[in-house]
Ligand binder design. Structure first.
Ligand code: ATP
Length: 219
């Protein structure tokens, strides 16, 4: 079932990702961002076919792990729409769908860590991202976005939270949140070596990983 965004919503904030698996870096960063920005919700949106990565777990497992992680969450919600679309997942298609659902005036915001933001210009029709939405870059591991990257974006940098939230699209902000030094790659590598990752991954997600025997042969 595709979540249908009702017209009265005036903001929609998304953390897209592979979430293979979801970890505390995603969760704590999204929570801190929502608090800092005063957003009611952040929607965690697992991609469907991750055409840019090799050997990714099936979407149904990545989605189920998000449900395990966010079971009692009020602020962090899940939007599964990309896992229900056939073919490669292109963010610009998702944003067009959200814009069509929400209308021209709604504040739409896509969250990226620094690493993902550095690769944005490789995305399909990447310039259109800024026609359809705003972007927040979280300084991952304390690393700010290099100026030469943000200068190539057809977007205005905004520093004021309230002004940013009034913009439907075309702006970006950078946030230096408390860094949470963990990646899904490190977790998969640790699991492959049968090392503990418990402090970086919610227990319910660890239980799911064990139950389904995920990441045994992968790093
Ligand atoms: P992988 O190691 O498999 O590439 P990942 O840990 O980067 O995975 P993704 O699901 O690809 O996780 O990330 C989704 C989004 O969350 C990206 O924008 C990424 O930059 C961001 N992100 C991931 N981990 C962190 C973290 N520890 N702190 C802040 N942002 C993060």
């Amino acid at each position: 079932m595709v979540i249908s965004v009702t017209k009265h919503k005036t903001e929609y904030v998304v953390m897209g990702g592979t979430f293979d698996p979801v970890h505390n870096g995603h969760i704590q960063s999204a929570q801190a961002l929502a608090k800092f920005m005063g957003y009611a919700h952040v929607y965690m949106m697992p991609c469907g076919d991750a055409y840019h990565k090799q050997g990714v777990s099936p979407a149904q497992h990545r989605l189920a792990m998000l449900h395990e992680a966010l079971d009692n969450q009020r602020v962090l919600q899940i939007d599964p729409r990309e896992t229900q679309r056939k073919g490669a997942t292109y963010t610009v298609e998702t944003l067009q769908q959200l814009r069509d659902e929400l209308g021209v005036g709604a504040h739409i915001c896509w969250i990226l860590g620094t690493d993902a933001a550095k690769g944005l210009t490789l995305w399909q029709d990447w310039q259109q991202v800024f026609e359809l939405a705003n972007v927040i870059v979280i300084n991952r591991a304390g690393e700010a976005l290099p100026d030469q990257v943000s200068q190539s974006w057809p977007a205005k940098q905004e520093y004021d939270v309230e002004k940013f939230k009034q913009r439907a699209s075309g702006c970006f902000m950078q946030l230096a949140l408390e860094p949470v030094a963990v990646s899904s790659t490190e977790i998969r590598q640790a699991l492959h070596k049968q090392e503990s990752v418990g402090h970086h991954v919610p227990q319910a997600v660890m239980n799911y990983i064990e139950l389904h025997g995920l990441f045994k042969g992968k790093n």
